[in-house]
Design a binder for this molecule. Structure first.
Ligand SMILES: *Cc1c(COP(=O)(O)O)cnc(C)c1O
Length: 360
């Protein structure tokens, strides 16, 4: 074949999104993609609808209004914010800008799938460091660093494990990295942790630390594709050189701004998530399905083995409950279950209980 893609591209395994349908089952609840069961703030939906009257007008190229709103609400310098088509796009900008052939992009054992995809797309080599009991292991990451390491991605809290490490540990990781390596803190679930700044203060005091965030999770705007990054000015300026000038649509920008400003709605979603997460985790634990303490809007439920996890997944599916198999993340004995609303959580607990009764 004469038309050949760049090295690494054909090594990319296609990203598997959460399933959304079950054949022959009505009343399906999707608990496979960590979406907010309550959707976005009504103010965000209103802003989106209003934008429908202006679809012929090009959107802003500098996202000044949205960056201003983020800066105000999160108490950050808007000049050091960049907005992208989901945080996926920010992750991809980072890889294209800072990693290429011969460079290494480091991540944790059960890290988010997009890090590897973006590293390979940029021609770089993905490297994986082990975790300790499904927690990010700073010593293992530092040990895995070489003089080729350019980027280190960790999600805190992490998907699909739900676990989290302290700011002290993050600081130790950043400060121990080799010269020229950038630590990227993925804060996709940071808003679910009460009082957590997603590592923003650590970013402010270092030159090798960058943070990514998203509107896809607690803000309930996964369908619109908006994310953002915050970091040292020179890195923001670099990423802006490869960002398409019109990467975000006008309706997305307006909806995200309204969502960011509706802090009451976010707080309500955080509280309700914590309430139902604790309820579900406790209920499952009582019937012999433990999970690690989760800081996210999902729990990682542990079964005896892969066979039991798959059988439970099949049973849940037959009841119209779609959760996420995580064998591709190296966790075949687990299922990742998004925290839905109260009726959804009750259906999950009832269905898993029924399944467990058939097994004993
Ligand atoms: C869901 C998720 C994201 C969000 O990606 P978007 O492109 O912003 O939708 C990022 N990182 C992790 C770890 C996630 O689980």
């Amino acid at each position: 074949m004469t038309i050949t893609p760049q090295p690494g591209i054909l090594d990319i395994a296609l990203y598997q999104g959460g399933a959304a349908h079950v054949k022959g089952v009505a009343d399906v609840i999707k608990l496979s993609s960590n979406e907010n069961p309550f959707g976005p703030s009504p103010r965000a939906s209103d802003a989106f609808r209003q934008a429908a009257g202006n679809l012929h007008v090009y959107p802003s190229t500098d996202h000044a209004e949205l960056r201003g709103a983020i800066g105000e609400v999160q108490d950050l310098d808007p000049d050091r914010i960049i907005c992208g088509v989901g945080s996926d796009e920010i992750i991809s900008f980072l890889c294209y800008a800072y990693a290429g052939p011969g460079d290494e992009v480091l991540q944790t054992e059960h890290g988010f799938g997009m890090y590897k995809i973006s590293a390979l797309a940029a021609g770089a080599t993905p490297v994986v460091a082990p975790e300790k009991d499904r927690h990010t292991d700073v010593d293992a990451l530092l040990e895995a660093c070489t003089d080729k390491t350019k980027l280190v991605f960790i999600a805190n809290p992490n998907n699909p494990t739900g676990t989290m490490i302290s700011d002290t540990e993050i600081a130790r990781l950043a400060d121990g990295l080799p010269e020229g390596a950038l630590l990227v803190l993925d804060g996709a679930y940071a808003e679910y942790v009460d009082g957590y700044d997603a590592g923003a203060a650590l970013v402010d005091s270092r030159e090798n630390l960058f943070m990514t965030r998203t509107f896809s999770k607690i803000y309930g705007l996964g369908g619109l594709r908006i994310g953002w990054g915050y970091g040292p000015q020179d890195i923001i300026d670099t990423l802006n050189r490869i960002r398409g000038p019109f990467n975000l649509s006008a309706p997305a920008l307006l909806a995200a701004e309204a969502a960011m400003r509706d802090t009451g709605y976010v707080a309500k979603c955080r509280r309700e998530n914590a309430r139902m997460r604790d309820w579900l985790a406790t209920g499952l634990d009582k019937i012999g399905v433990p999970s690690d303490p989760s800081f996210c809007n999902f729990i990682l439920a542990h079964f005896k083995d892969a066979e039991e996890a798959e059988a439970c997944d099949d049973h849940l599916k037959s009841k119209g409950l779609i959760v996420r198999r995580v064998a591709s993340y190296g966790l075949p004995q687990c299922l990742r279950i998004t925290i839905g609303d109260e009726p959804a959580c009750k259906r999950v607990l009832a269905a898993v209980s029924e399944f467990k009764r058939t097994r004993t």
